[in-house]
Design a protein around this ligand. Sequence first.
Ligand code: DAH
Length: 356
Amino acid sequence: MTDLDSLKSELLTAAHAAPDLAALEALRVSGLGKKGRITQLMKGLGGLDPEARKAQGQALNLVKDALQSAIEARKAELEEVELERRLAEESLDVSLPARPREVGLVHPISQTMEELVAIFGEMGFTVAEGPHIEDDFHNFDALNIPPEHPARQEMDTFYFPEKPDGSRMVLRTHTSPVQVRTMQSTKPPIRVIAPGRTFRADHDATHSPMFHQVEGLVIDESTHMGHLKGTLIEFCRAYFGVDDLPVRFRPSYFPFTEPSAEVDIGCSKKGGQLVIGAGDDWLEILGCGMVNPKVLENCGIDSSKYQGFAFGMGIERIAMLKYGMPDLRPFYDSDIRWLRHYGFVPLETPSMVRGL
Ligand code: DAH
């Protein structure tokens, strides 16, 4: 056996036996690398005579090719083994149940507000907003509620400390000040709703110190009581989803409207079970009226040219009635079980086209 034959068999044996890719690479470098044994022998060819150089060169090339092939073959084998190992180790069990994804729900107050916006939006109303901290003028005076008026005492107002000039800011007791701000800042025709937070110092099963109302205001040259009735009947039927819902207007009193009315919807309360739209009982749901000309004047609107109507209602109350919630307090308890039960699926914004 020539030296070359034994080198060849040594290298090929090592290639077949290489335990891993790193050993194989080391072998490649030791044989075919810059200072590898075959490379060295190639370099030595220059010193031979032409005949011998040719024969030795061919022989060396054969060894080189054989080693390259052996390395390639072993590499493929090792990679296959590695793949098998990983497949076994990283096995994926597709029968495992998917990890549950946490989905938040829309709070019933937000849902109800979106429903109100959808219904009144369809009737051409836009949404107006105002500050939670109000002055006396916007919360009371402009709305024809002077200091000695009993309505002021009835509202259980949260007052801020007195200012040097003796005035006191309040947490708005209703959304009606947004009417005032809208009339001060916009020229008629006006058609807005103002949903938002309101505050009164009152706390029991049906009252919370913070609650929500929605206000409505329509002002134009010839807006009359018929428009008020049509708008609110349409609203009640759309909101409660009862096409022939009986709606009754009962004379009432509010300082900011004249005449004023309260709106009742038909229901049945038999056996302690409330069914809206059936039976011969009534349930009060909102207050309304023709805007008192004094209020128009207080807000800088010419009452000889313009008139209109306003309405206001409690959002918790209409949500409780529609969704059968017996108690007001859980609205603000953040009890996840209550929220899961009464919450609404997000991304399904109420719309009059798709239904609420
Ligand atoms: N502001 C009234 C309240 O808080 C609700 C209300 C009644 C608003 C009649 C109105 C209205 O705009 O016309 O009880």
